[in-house]
Design a protein around this ligand. Structure first.
Ligand code: ADP
Length: 411
């Protein structure tokens, strides 16, 4: 089965084509059990390349190309990107003509979706309605679904929601301590990065060769956006992101949790508007806001080497909050069987992992500092006598989307 994956973000559109032939062993709904094959075709549009000009990169196993494309609306650029499926190597063209399903990352599934679903007109309407909760992302996701309808006609499509993995969290974790009526307006903790947390949990069980059912896992997704999940028997029972992806950990340019009283103060005393607050908290806070250098951990680390005091403080806060939140996830789980780091910072920054793990030495958690320094992918970085294994896992969101799509469409 050939599956196309569409992963649309606010600033980029990533797509890839997988051949899942040979995965059809066994019956019923299967757990992710294969290491991802190399995609036959990968494409990425960077909408922020230059004002009004997108950059398209396409990579196949045989060739790669890069092109600048002026644009007024996104749909023609997406159509152009998809056309490269039919102008590439013969192997890709052959696979493109056999696409049996398209899996889309959709950011918000609200309370309506606890799992991935086949896209119907009703599902599209719900995704559109949920744009009130995800105004930047859901409309872009819908654009991707409609672009596929226009190009591939009635090929089955599947929505894989970032929120779905957290949708069964216990009420005590999901409901905010505010007037109960707010809950009826949809104000509750939804959580995000669900596809990554779910993949990491399944991959953890595979790597440790233990049943997922028996494990209490804390997964640390540390990318530009950062969140933790507390996973018990394969289910998310708590997470750090909330009603929006602004909650929880300190991130690249997002604040994470702050006292809501600060917002009231700024509105009252400084006349901050909603737009200004939204912009500062999303784009001018986190590592960037404190360091004044960058939202990129690598640049902040370089600035520390050069003696930048604010950069040093930024990383200290980042680690402090990471430790605090890991501690709260452990409390929700009532213990910890394995700690997992993933995404750009989680997979590549030994200092951050070491800083966070230090706090759990009292539990007998011990890193192998040499292995940690090497950032080995999909391997243990804890010492052999650590009471709690620590893993780095390379997150595979696109592969998980392809897998869900395959699982739903073969039924
Ligand atoms: P996104 O959340 O956009 O998918 P990624 O998971 O790719 O982002 O993470 C991006 C972040 O990873 C970058 O902003 C950068 O701070 C961090 N990063 C990538 N490589 C390294 C590295 N070698 N050391 C430290 N941080 C890194």
């Amino acid at each position: 089965m050939k599956i196309l994956v569409m992963n649309a973000g606010s600033s980029s559109q990533k797509s890839c084509l997988y051949d899942l032939s040979g995965n059809s062993s066994g019956n019923g709904k299967e757990q992710l059990s294969e290491q991802p094959p190399q995609p036959l075709w990968q494409a990425e549009i960077d909408w922020t390349h230059q004002s009004g000009v997108a950059e398209l990169k396409v990579k196949t196993q045989q060739q790669s190309l890069k092109e600048e494309i002026p644009f007024e609306s996104r749909s023609p650029v997406m159509a152009y990107m998809l056309e490269t499926l039919w102008s590439g190597p013969t192997q890709v063209i052959a696979a493109a003509t056999e696409i049996s399903g398209v899996g889309h990352r959709v950011v918000h599934g609200g309370q309506q979706y606890q799992d991935s679903v086949k896209i119907t007109p009703e599902v599209k309407q719900t995704i559109a309605d949920l744009a009130t909760l995800a105004p930047v992302h859901n409309p872009v996701n819908l654009e991707g679904i409609e672009a596929i309808e226009a190009i591939l006609g009635d090929v089955p499509q599947v929505a894989v929601f970032d929120t779905a993995f957290h949708a069964r969290m216990p009420e005590a974790a999901a409901v905010y301590p505010v007037p109960y009526e707010w809950l009826k307006q949809g104000i509750r903790r939804y959580g995000f990065h669900g596809t990554s947390h779910r993949y990491c949990a399944q991959r953890t069980a595979q790597l440790l060769d233990r049943p997922l059912q028996d494990l209490r896992i804390v997964t640390c997704h540390l990318g530009n956006g950062c969140s933790l999940a507390a996973i018990q028997a394969g289910q998310s029972i708590d997470t750090t992101m909330g009603f929006t992806p602004l909650d929880g950990l300190m991130m690249g340019s997002r604040s994470g949790s702050i006292d809501p009283g600060i917002l009231l103060y700024l509105m009252r005393q400084e006349g901050y508007t909603v737009e200004k607050l939204e912009s500062v908290l999303n784009k001018g806070s986190g590592l960037l806001g404190v360091s004044g250098v960058s939202n990129d951990m690598r640049s902040v680390m370089e600035a520390i080497e050069a003696g930048n005091v604010q950069a040093k403080l930024a990383v200290e806060i980042y680690i402090h909050r990471l430790k605090q939140c890991i501690g709260s996830m452990i409390a929700s789980l009532g213990g910890l069987d394995v700690l997992v780091f993933t995404a750009g910072v989680g997979e590549n920054a030994p200092q951050i992992r070491a800083g966070a793990c230090e706090a759990f030495a009292y539990l007998g958690l011990q890193l192998d500092l040499e292995r940690n320094a090497q950032s080995p992918r999909d391997q243990l970085i804890s010492s052999p006598d650590s009471t709690i294994p620590v893993l780095i896992i390379h997150t595979q969101e696109d592969w998980t989307i392809a897998w869900d799509c395959w699982n739903l469409l073969r039924e």
